[in-house]
Design a protein around this ligand. Sequence first.
Ligand SMILES: Nc1ncnc2c1ncn2[C@@H]1O[C@H](COP(=O)(O)OP(=O)(O)O)[C@@H](O)[C@H]1O
Ligand SMILES: [Mg+2]
Length: 251
Amino acid sequence: MTLLGVRDLVTAYGSVEALHGVSFHVDEGEIVALLGANGAGKTTALRTISGLLRPRSGEVRFAGDRIDTRPAHEIVRLGLTQVPEGRWIFTLMTVDENLRLGAYAEPRVPREALDRVFALFPRLAERRGQLAGTLSGGEQQMLAMARALMTRPRLLLLDEPSMGLAPVLVRQIFHTIAEINREGTTVLLVEQNANTALRLARRAYVLENGRIVLEGPGAELARNEAVRRAYLGVGARPRGREGARERPPAP
Ligand SMILES: Nc1ncnc2c1ncn2[C@@H]1O[C@H](COP(=O)(O)OP(=O)(O)O)[C@@H](O)[C@H]1O
Ligand SMILES: [Mg+2]
């Protein structure tokens, strides 16, 4: 079943268009990666989906319903939550307070939601009374993800969760994303770390200058020459048939 459907999305900042008709979908249960260079429009796409930006045209459907005209807080209530780029935790509040704020959409903080995030992130459980600003970068990213999970979303949007983290922490974050997905949460993952993202994602899309230019199964995109050259930092090498489908340039 299609959980998220994005069609012909056009989003602009004033007179400058950042997305020029973007279409893609995420099926229930999938991890889908959205790749692209800096400035390609990844964050704009996520912010439009979660209701923080209004599209100029096109539509976003979540579980079949149009959400592109709804306010962000209603979209969260429907089960779609975004972890923004750059963490955005409350540094002068404790870990525990940050998590309770994450559940603001519900009148009472559900005990199971807290138990679940502490099971996923044992380090946060150990530090639940500590001010969030005193956590390491990796722990702050975990807290941002944990806080988003407090809403018990059906779809989690992650904007560059591995940004600025040491390799060992990157592995840990990706491992946790896989676990979150196994427990039933669908994931749309924006990443610069294409190598790891493509290993994790069932399918992926490549965004270039506000347009989707490539799509395919993660494993096949990882073998695609254009992707390898642009995002995986590897030179071209001869290859057989590619599974990834190139989209014709938009008119
Ligand atoms: N607040 C903003 N005001 C004006 N232009 C913006 C704003 N945010 C992003 N842009 C522009 O929109 C384009 C896409 O940016 P963004 O979605 O942040 O890309 P990405 O997340 O892929 O790096 C870029 O050209 C960027 O300069
Ligand atoms: Mg971005």
